[in-house]
Design a protein around this ligand. Structure first.
Ligand code: HAM
Length: 422
């Protein structure tokens, strides 16, 4: 029986992987510019972390986690997202005591959600995320959003839309919650089972329901923006002002709720507006989570971050017809004719590589013509053609594959000849 890859996962094969590497490098470069440092946390955590961190009433926790017992009967979960783990590590390693605040971290790695796979939605996907923990300055909210936008722009994406909302502080949310309950209570029987449960558990979640999206009460639901207290309102205004200062345009959407429970104040998503992009247009999501560090056992500390998946980013690049300038070609291919030349090519190849020239040769005893074909297939910039006769004379022919020009070069000058031209 042939094995098949599990549903909702994918192999990233050579040729495709270069795009991933390019994107990951861009992310790392940008984080260096903004002074976010990489953090690597385990791929699995104690399930309790996500129950507490992400929230028991969320779809992620209720329906989408890969949870299992280990051999000692402990409940373990493959991480569905990176914020809870990052905050766990922040608390566990007492990063709140660091003299440099906020602590600015980023991660790139696989996340796992048992969702119904479709275009742009996988069961294993790679998130690039950042978290700035330890500052409640609205300027950091603007920094986080601008990093995400600059990342997309640096890759060439143009058809982007930022949707932003404020979920307010605890007090504002409490008032809003009450208003939501009163709004839906009388007709909650018309909503799905999940929403009925959500009514008292977390009525904000109702607004995020996929099944009841079209219900008339959805459009008339009380807007959080009408319930923001002075402090929350002026915080949000300041974030928007900084975005204006940075020339970042956005749309305020009071219905933007986000699917995870830890958010308060700023919540945002970046969507693709490219034609032909699939049904799921959200590329990136993030927001502020001022209570999360405390919830996970640390001192009251505010935080904000975002995450985006490389899979959806690639889909957006495809939708906008953007080709990344990934380097696939190699500098040099060695084609040989004759046994002695073949033997000689082994150390010549090593010489080239030692000098930082990417190079390859034939390992299948191919005829010279087939070796030339291989050189073209690999998009070699130069092909060194070496026969026993040339070897005798201490020379090789170097062919510039783009112009077709060929030149005889002394073996001792080969490396410097190529280095000058590459
Ligand atoms: P999220 O909205 O659940 O937020 O996910 C963020 C991003 O991850 C999405 O916008 C999407 O690009 C990607 N994503 C989510 N699920 C899938 C999937 N099944 N397949 C492919 N891509 C997916 C979070 O995860 C928060 N931790 C973000 C955050 C960081 N908030 C504050 N800090």
């Amino acid at each position: 029986m042939a094995f098949q890859i599990p549903r909702g996962t994918q192999d990233i094969l050579p040729n495709e992987v270069e795009r991933w590497q390019y994107i990951e490098e861009k992310a790392k470069d940008l984080c260096r510019l903004y002074q976010y440092k990489e953090i690597r946390t385990p791929i699995f955590e104690h399930t309790e972390l996500f129950l507490r961190g992400v929230g028991e009433s969320t779809d992620v926790v209720q329906k989408e986690m890969y949870t299992f017992e280990d051999r000692k009967g402990r409940s373990i979960t493959l991480r569905p997202e990176g914020t809870a783990s990052t905050v766990r590590s922040f608390v566990e390693n007492k990063m709140y005591a660091s003299p440099t605040q906020p602590v600015k971290l980023y991660y790139i790695g696989p996340m796992f959600r048992y969702e119904r796979p479709q275009s742009g939605r996988y069961r294993q996907f790679v998130q690039f995320g950042i978290e700035a923990i330890g500052s409640s300055d609205p300027a950091i909210d603007a920094e986080v959003i601008s990093l995400a936008m600059n990342f997309y722009r640096s890759l060439g994406l143009q058809k982007l839309k930022i949707v932003i909302n404020s979920l307010g502080d605890q007090e504002s949310r409490k008032m809003h919650r009450q208003a939501l309950i009163s709004h839906f209570e009388g007709r909650i029987g018309e909503f799905c089972e999940d929403c009925q449960k959500r009514l008292h558990q977390n009525p904000l979640r109702i607004l995020d329901c996929k099944k009841d999206r079209a219900h008339e009460l959805m459009n008339t639901a009380p807007s959080i923006l009408d319930y923001l207290n002075e402090e929350s309102k002026s915080y949000f205004d300041k974030v928007l002002q900084y975005l204006d200062d940075l020339g970042i345009s956005y749309e305020v959407d009071p219905n933007l709720v986000r699917g995870l429970d830890y958010y308060n104040h700023t919540a945002f998503e970046i969507m693709s507006g490219a034609e032909g992009f699939g049904a799921i247009t959200t590329l990136c999501g993030g927001g502020r989570y001022n209570g999360l560090v405390e919830e996970i056992g640390g001192p009251a500390t505010s935080g904000i971050g975002f995450a985006l998946s490389i899979e959806r980013l690639l889909a957006a690049l495809d939708a906008e017809g953007i080709e990344l300038p990934v380097q696939k070609e190699i500098d040099c291919y060695i084609a040989t004719l004759g046994e002695r030349a073949k033997d000689y090519s082994v150390s010549l190849l090593q010489n080239l590589r030692d000098q930082g020239i990417s190079a390859d040769k034939d390992y299948e005893n191919k005829k010279i013509k087939a070796q030339f074909k291989a050189a073209s297939r690999l998009e070699a910039k130069y092909t060194i053609v070496l026969g026993d006769d040339e070897l005798e004379k201490g020379v090789a022919n170097v062919k510039d594959m783009s112009s077709g020009d060929q030149q005889e070069v002394g073996l001792e000058n080969l490396v410097s000849f190529l280095k000058e031209r590459l």
